[in-house]
Design a protein around this ligand. Structure first.
Ligand SMILES: [Zn+2]
Length: 212
């Protein structure tokens, strides 16, 4: 009898807890901003960039320039090197942000990454007022990382061709977004006159050059 009562009270408390759980903020508010997370291509690019950053041991100064550390408004930071609302750009941007917050390794005298870093002269181009210079400087870093991961994960020729198509689709979508941003006279994009949208999307070109 005692056990039975316990079961009832446990069941009751479980039932009573349910509405409280459902009311917790989280899934609903998250849903809106993280669509790219569920996309396989975006995840692929995220890991390619994060891995490249670690493998090359990219310095924080470089990362800061790419994630718009000198831009005041939080939502404008991404626009320094990426197309706002482009999912592939978003994935790339998040990889840089995640890397920037990396912990130091234990008992490693403050080390937190692997490679020797890149030439800090790159900073000049990354902070250039000329959008083309800025964006291609960033692309020079991430595009080989994307190709590296494609090779590393041993994609078949068929998979590579499919990826090229997917990248091209993103590039097309990114170009449309960019046009809309320009038309809306978003000052960040007025000087993005060169062909193309963003460097992650343009990985399609590299696959094209590689023959896929
Ligand atoms: Zn993009």
């Amino acid at each position: 009898m005692k056990l039975h009562l316990l079961t009832i009270s446990l069941t009751l408390s479980f039932v009573l807890q349910l509405p409280a759980k459902a009311a917790e903020p989280g899934p609903e508010t998250l849903k809106k901003s993280v669509e790219w997370q569920n996309d396989a291509m975006c995840q692929f690019v995220f890991f390619a960039v994060l891995e490249g950053l670690y493998r090359d041991g990219i310095q924080n100064e470089i990362v800061d320039a790419i994630i718009g550390d000198r831009v005041e408004k939080e939502r404008d930071k991404v626009k320094t090197h990426f197309v706002f609302r482009c999912e592939l750009c978003h994935a790339t941007y998040e990889a840089f942000r995640a890397y920037r917050k990396r912990p130091t390794f234990m008992d490693a005298k403050g080390a937190s990454t692997f490679g020797k870093g890149t030439d800090l002269k790159l900073l000049k181009d990354l902070r250039s007022k000329d959008a083309r210079k800025r964006i291609y400087a960033m692309g020079g870093l991430i595009r080989p990382w994307i190709m590296h991961r494609i090779e590393e994960t041993r994609k078949t020729p068929k998979e590579k061709s499919l990826m090229k198509k997917q990248f091209a689709d993103y590039a097309q979508y990114g170009a449309k977004l960019l046009n809309a941003h320009k038309k809306a006279k978003d000052g960040f994009y007025l000087d993005w006159r060169f062909y193309g949208s963003c460097q992650a999307c343009e990985a399609a070109k590299d696959l094209g050059k590689a023959g896929f």
